[in-house]
Write a protein that binds this ligand. Structure first.
Ligand SMILES: *[C@@H]1O[C@H](CO)[C@@H](O)[C@H](O)[C@H]1NC(C)=O
Ligand SMILES: *[C@@H]1O[C@H](CO)[C@@H](O)[C@H](O)[C@H]1NC(C)=O
Ligand SMILES: *[C@@H]1O[C@H](CO)[C@@H](O)[C@H](O)[C@H]1NC(C)=O
Ligand SMILES: *[C@@H]1O[C@H](CO)[C@@H](O)[C@H](O)[C@H]1NC(C)=O
Ligand SMILES: *[C@@H]1O[C@H](CO)[C@@H](O)[C@H](O)[C@H]1NC(C)=O
Ligand SMILES: *[C@@H]1O[C@H](CO)[C@@H](O)[C@H](O)[C@H]1NC(C)=O
Ligand SMILES: *[C@@H]1O[C@H](CO)[C@@H](O)[C@H](O)[C@H]1NC(C)=O
Ligand SMILES: *[C@@H]1O[C@H](CO)[C@@H](O)[C@H](O)[C@H]1NC(C)=O
Ligand SMILES: *[C@@H]1O[C@H](CO)[C@@H](O)[C@H](O)[C@H]1NC(C)=O
Ligand SMILES: *[C@@H]1O[C@H](CO)[C@@H](O)[C@H](O)[C@H]1NC(C)=O
Ligand SMILES: *[C@@H]1O[C@H](CO)[C@@H](O)[C@H](O)[C@H]1NC(C)=O
Length: 723
């Protein structure tokens, strides 16, 4: 009986494990807001060695240029990290690279439409595809499109299938949609925001509306993320008169919370380009607000797919929960931007000082000079002699922006032109201006209009369209880390090391110590803990340990299981008090570490005490009789759980969509007892996560090995590749 129950309960645990179909993943510091490219150079030397990045993780792989050209591989959107069966999408074609030697096309499972738009890759072979729909003549498409779809890439069957989608509302949606196109996206803090431009035909008013929509999806819903969609949309007079050629998110990470706005490029009827910035008031809150108002039945809220067909429907009066599953209901509301300002991409020859992207400015302009002055700021007027006025240039060009989290708080803006010598690279640090530099290089004819970001070594590069050449700029950013802890915690992934009181590129050291490297424990007291002694542990460090980065936190432990909570540093960060929780007896060293779980590539720095504390944890009775009683109670509990389990199984079939969520546990647990049960399982998972050693939280005496770098670093260098 007990054995049977145990087997059942094991199955129950397994079914919970499987139900969260994709891992929650973390992004790296440099890809935290957007993972533009999957592939980058791994080494500074001339080798076809690449870093492949997928959803917060990366691998290094060697792929000969005889298998794939540089011009192609950097445009791969890679879906998985299996070296011998690497799946990717290139030019909208899903393909698989087998054994690093053979590239084969992948099949589309029947009922799956060919890819037409960009994909955003998650973990576990899943990727979101936002089809590009161009239907100017309102003709019936074949096959029927989806507005958004979640794809599964099967590396064994070499097949792509749709596992979730937001389909047409009715079979004749094609009568209303002239264009649907994702222009950009950002993701952070478990949310994904899609920026969509669309043109819809309104039969009643016989007019076309070009509008901007932002759809928020909750990444913590796993495969059910489409069902958490909420939309806000914007309709401006200038969207109707002009053609929107580009729309991107600008995300300034040095504001808390992040300042987010749009930069939209319009082409006017006389072919002039106009760049405008569109601001929101508290961007992140707009979506939950929309969901709430929609659920309260306010009549100015509707559903996205009714809006696309210009159908007026009042919404249901329901209860709203952030990121809840709504099947294919997408609450939608039209909002106004809080502010709209122009921006001028007018450059001097050499360096141009432009106003910071988030500020308003006054400007004057004549044939030869462009002058601007930040409003409400004590600075004098800045005038530049116009070398290039891209607001009156119809050559092919685009603007790309890269945003970095701690510690850079940088924004890299690249103004790309088909004529490389007319392109500009700009960078904005914190609350300053936007200096832009002219590219010194000779013009290259067939350059791709995209500036690729290279993670390690840190830098940027351009690739030619078909001559297999790359032009790289490597930058030394280690110097930006001004303390040992942050140099090591955040700079590891860029081969930085703290030595001689500064952060520099690691040259020949192949071993980095993370314990007792930046700070040490000089004393601990008391040295004995038991249930009758006071629980406060006092630790003294040799150097101050302060929390300076958002989401940094301390962990103090004695051995793996005895956590010290309620950590209080004194004013100078040298002395810490905390409350010792006794759960495992023995003699343990005390470890103090600084961690940050926000970024996938940040490691933990720690110190280990020389002395050991003696811990006597409250004893659990081990008498035979109590074991019998425990077994009896256990089998009662198990029988109860069995009933819960079978009920849960039934519900699982009824409501498949609800149990993917972490937050919506309550949805499938009706009684209080059931709820407690689920909370117990999640507590187990949490403890397990803390026990398991990982690269992210190294509290044991360990070292992290990296390969020796093969080439000395040059702080700024350009290199040139050819096959
Ligand atoms: C890939 O390698 C495996 C084992 O090394 C081999 O069995 C398989 O045939 C190879 N496939 C191709 C397409 O070369
Ligand atoms: C739309 O119709 C026009 C003329 O009626 C035709 O020239 C054009 O190719 C059509 N466009 C598409 C995408 O079918
Ligand atoms: C083009 O049109 C815009 C308004 O749409 C106007 O401000 C600008 O002066 C015009 N440029 C030229 C060269 O005519
Ligand atoms: C929605 O429900 C709430 C409470 O149940 C009620 O106060 C409100 O009037 C309802 N709104 C509409 C539009 O029915
Ligand atoms: C929707 O209407 C309600 C009142 O009916 C109003 O309070 C709210 O501001 C409106 N929201 C928007 C976005 O227009
Ligand atoms: C947006 O602004 C326009 C014009 O100022 C106004 O008529 C409209 O009601 C506003 N819409 C919202 C949703 O606030
Ligand atoms: C244009 O403006 C600049 C700066 O105000 C001034 O120095 C220059 O003389 C002006 N040029 C013409 C042609 O007016
Ligand atoms: C850029 O290069 C082209 C030739 O490719 C040349 O004609 C042009 O003058 C150059 N522009 C500048 C600003 O150097
Ligand atoms: C570090 O590299 C040196 C030489 O490059 C080598 O002799 C040494 O064994 C390496 N250490 C480790 C721990 O790999
Ligand atoms: C508990 O610890 C105190 C010192 O903190 C010690 O005096 C006492 O003997 C210990 N008790 C036991 C049962 O070990
Ligand atoms: C730490 O604890 C010690 C002894 O319990 C106490 O004297 C001291 O004030 C505490 N310091 C802080 C910062 O709480």
């Amino acid at each position: 009986m007990i054995i049977l129950n145990l087997i059942t309960i094991m199955q129950f645990f397994l079914s919970i494990e499987y139900s969260y179909s994709f891992r929650r993943f973390k992004h790296t510091q440099f890809n935290y807001y957007k993972a533009l490219d999957s592939v980058s150079f791994r080494s500074a030397a001339n080798l076809p060695s690449y870093d492949i990045y997928v959803a917060g993780e990366s691998i290094t792989i060697l792929i000969p240029t005889s298998v794939v050209d540089l011009s192609d591989i950097f445009n791969w959107k890679v879906v998985n990290l299996k070296k011998d069966r690497l799946m990717f999408v290139h030019k909208n074609k899903p393909q698989i690279l087998i054994n690093r030697t053979t590239i084969r096309p992948m099949k589309l499972k029947p009922g799956t439409n060919p890819l037409t738009g960009p994909i955003i890759v998650f973990s576990d072979n899943e990727a979101l595809h936002v089809p590009t729909i161009i239907n100017p003549n309102l003709t019936e498409p074949f096959p029927k499109w989806n507005y958004i779809e979640l794809l599964y890439f099967d590396d064994e069957d070499e097949e792509v299938s749709v596992i979730r989608s937001l389909p047409m509302l009715a079979n004749d949606d094609w009568k209303f949609i002239k264009e649907w196109k994702m222009m950009d996206y950002i993701h952070f803090d478990d949310k994904l925001y899609l920026l969509i431009k669309r043109s819809i035909w309104n039969e009643k008013t016989a007019s076309v509306t070009q509008e901007i929509s932002i759809i928020r999806l909750c990444l913590d819903k796993g495969s059910e993320l489409i069902s958490s969609a909420i939309e806000i949309r914007y309709n401006r007079p200038e969207f109707q008169n002009n053609q929107i050629t580009q729309a991107i998110f600008i995300c300034l990470s040095y504001y808390i919370p992040e300042k987010i706005f749009l930069l939209i490029t319009h082409k006017t009827l006389n072919q002039t380009l106009i760049h405008k910035r569109y601001f929101f008031n508290d961007f992140v809150s707009l979506f939950d607000k929309t969901g709430k108002e929609y659920a309260s039945g306010a009549n100015n809220y509707t559903l996205m797919r009714y809006h696309l067909r210009s159908e007026v429907r009042s919404c249901q009066n329901t209860t709203f929960k952030s990121c809840s599953s709504n099947e294919n209901i997408v609450p939608s509301v039209e909002l106004n931007f809080t502010q709209i300002w122009d921006y001028h991409f007018i450059f001097a020859d050499g360096m141009s000082d432009l106003t910071g992207l988030e500020y308003a400015y006054d400007h004057t302009q004549n044939e030869t000079h462009f002058c601007h002055q930040r409003i409400g700021y004590g600075y004098k007027q800045i005038c530049i002699e116009i070398d290039k006025n891209f607001n009156q240039d119809d050559s092919i060009q685009n603007v790309e922006v890269f945003f970095f989290g701690y510690p850079f708080y940088w924004l890299y803006l690249s103004y790309n032109n088909v004529r490389l010598n007319e392109s500009r690279r700009c960078g904005q640090y914190k609350y300053s201006g936007l200096p832009c530099y002219k590219n010194d290089e000779k013009s290259k004819d067939d350059i791709q209009l995209h500036y690729y970001f290279n993670h390690r070594p840190f830098g940027f590069f351009h690739v030619t369209k078909d001559t297999n050449r790359a032009f790289r700029t490597l930058l030394d950013h280690c110097v930006d880390y001004v303390s040992c802890n942050y140099c090591m915690m955040y700079g590891q992934n860029m081969d930085c090391i703290w030595s001689n009181s500064r952060c520099e590129i690691r040259k020949d050291q192949n071993v980095t110590q993370t314990v007792n490297y930046c700070f040490k424990i000089t004393s601990i007291s008391p040295l004995m803990f038991n249930s009758s002694s006071p629980e406060t542990l006092t630790i003294e460090l040799d150097k101050p340990l302060e929390l300076k980065v958002p989401k940094d936190y301390y962990v103090i432990k004695a051995g793996p299981h005895n956590h010290c909570t309620n950590i209080k540093p004194n004013h100078n960060g040298l002395i810490f008090n905390c409350s010792m929780r006794l759960s495992e007896s023995g003699k343990f060293k005390i470890s103090v570490s600084l961690q940050n779980d926000r970024y996938a590539d940040a490691i933990s720095m720690s110190a280990l005490s020389a002395e050991k504390v003696d811990i006597v944890a409250p004893e659990v009775e081990h008498e035979y009789s109590s074991i019998i009683i425990l077994l009896f109670l256990g089998s009662l509990l198990i029988s109860f759980l069995l009933i819960v389990y079978s009920r849960y199984k039934k519900q699982q079939f009824k409501k498949r969509s609800t149990y993917y969520s972490y937050k919506n546990k309550r949805k499938f647990s009706n009684s209080k007892k059931q709820r407690e049960y689920f909370e117990t399982t999640s507590a187990i998972t949490r403890v397990k996560a803390q026990i398991l050693p990982s690269k992210m939280n190294t509290t044991n005496e360990t070292t992290i090995e990296t390969r020796p770098s093969s080439k000395p670093w040059t702080s700024v260098s350009s290199s040139y590749y050819t096959r």
